[in-house]
Design a binder for this molecule. Structure first.
Ligand SMILES: Nc1ncnc2c1ncn2[C@@H]1O[C@H](COP(=O)(O)OP(=O)(O)OP(=O)(O)O)[C@@H](O)[C@H]1O
Ligand SMILES: [Mg+2]
Length: 359
């Protein structure tokens, strides 16, 4: 049997979704796999009626997820907004899996995305052989979502040009897509909707036009509000990812996560955790997602090069890579942080030594 590196949420969490579905007697909007309440339980965790434990996928404010789910039951589309690494794509995937049963109708928007990737394209061999016909038409994930009443995910919506973004306006307001070449109109089936994500930090993005903005309800996903919440997120995701990658997780993982998250939060907020010392902040975003990546990098290094011992020395190079994005400016910021803060903390002495060494 072949083994896939990663499966979509609806397959990875099939058992949980099936259990929720079996015990779900809530009212379901047309075309939905689960009721809104069960969809929220799938995302935030809980227990299904038969006792199956539903693992929390997103850790954070319940209201945000309720708003997101409620929006998708209306005729408005959902826009998940936030700084990098706040689980926008992750939440979008799980929402689509829970609500539509499939999360793979996905369009990654880039500066090079054109209308053909949003509306439909043509198979030129068929087009030449048969002329414009349904067989020659290549439907995009958006068109397929409309035809089947599913959710279409648009990743990084603001990266594509504003003119291309605006092709969505008819789809979102009229729920139809004209195909003039065939003299046809595709009307969206009930259940169809769009989940878009956008990052409000990256430079060079194209602002959403106000006409398009009005068709979205915006849910802003925040950075974890307190340290314990962020540690819990990182520990949980590192555990899950280490298992998926067959990396052994040593017992001290949680302690090291605490230290890495402390460093991240101090540098991100520009002040030490006790609020006493002001710090310069690096240019990168130092998101929770990057803290997770640092830990996974460290676990892999520890497993293969350090006899499974997760030491600060195994983490320091990934940590350095996450903090120093601009080789000049960020090195100075980190150097100052090491000398004024970490040097004085006995429980960070190995981090101080390993990072000074690596810098
Ligand atoms: N509050 C949270 N709860 C659960 N997981 C989280 C949370 N915040 C971040 N993560 C984890 O962070 C990782 C990255 O998230 P994701 O890729 O969805 O971020 P993003 O907001 O789409 O970032 P980008 O703007 O860079 O695309 C995921 O593995 C996710 O599990
Ligand atoms: Mg993303």
């Amino acid at each position: 049997m072949t083994e896939h590196l990663r499966l979509p949420a609806e397959l990875t969490y099939k058992a949980e979704l099936d259990a929720l579905k079996a015990g779900d007697d809530g009212q379901r909007p047309h075309g939905w796999v689960l009721s809104p309440r069960a969809a929220v339980t799938y995302i935030l965790g809980g227990t299904a009626r038969d006792g199956t434990v539903i693992s929390p996928k997103y850790v954070g404010n319940r209201r945000l997820i309720e708003t997101a789910v409620a929006t998708l039951a209306t005729d408005r589309a959902l826009l998940l907004l936030g700084v990098p690494g706040t689980a926008k794509s992750w939440v979008s995937e799980h929402l689509a899996a829970a609500i539509a049963g499939t999360s793979t109708l996905l369009i990654q928007c880039t500066a090079g995305t054109d209308e053909n990737q949003i509306r439909y394209g043509w198979n030129y061999a068929q087009l030449l052989a048969k002329g414009p016909s349904r067989e020659a038409l290549v439907p995009t994930p958006l068109l397929r979502a409309m035809e089947t009443g599913k959710l279409c995910r648009l990743e990084e919506l603001t990266r594509m040009g504003s003119d291309v973004q605006d092709t969505l306006i008819t789809v979102l307001s009229e729920k139809m897509l004209p195909i003039p070449e065939l003299n046809e109109i595709t009307y969206a089936e009930r259940g169809f909707n769009v989940i878009a994500t956008a990052n409000n930090r990256d430079k060079g993005v194209n602002e959403l036009s106000s006409a398009l903005k009005r068709r979205f309800n915006v849910v802003v996903l925040p950075l974890p509000s307190d340290m314990d919440e962020e540690i819990a997120i990182v520990v949980r995701r590192v555990g899950e990812m280490a298992r998926a990658l067959d990396l052994p997780a040593p017992r001290n993982v949680a302690d090291e996560v605490k230290r890495v998250v402390a460093i991240f939060r101090e540098l991100r907020s520009g002040a030490t955790l006790d609020g006493k010392t002001a710090l310069k902040t690096p240019t990168g975003s130092l998101s929770t997602a990057e803290a997770i990546a640092v830990m996974i990098g460290g676990l892999s290094h520890a497993a293969f090069f350090n006899d499974g011992d997760l030491a600060p020395e195994s983490l320091s190079h990934s940590l350095l890579g996450a903090i120093v994005k601009d080789p000049v400016q960020d090195q100075a910021v980190l150097g100052e942080y090491l000398e004024t803060v970490l040097k004085k903390r006995s429980d960070f002495s190995r981090y101080y030594a390993a990072l000074t060494d690596a810098l």
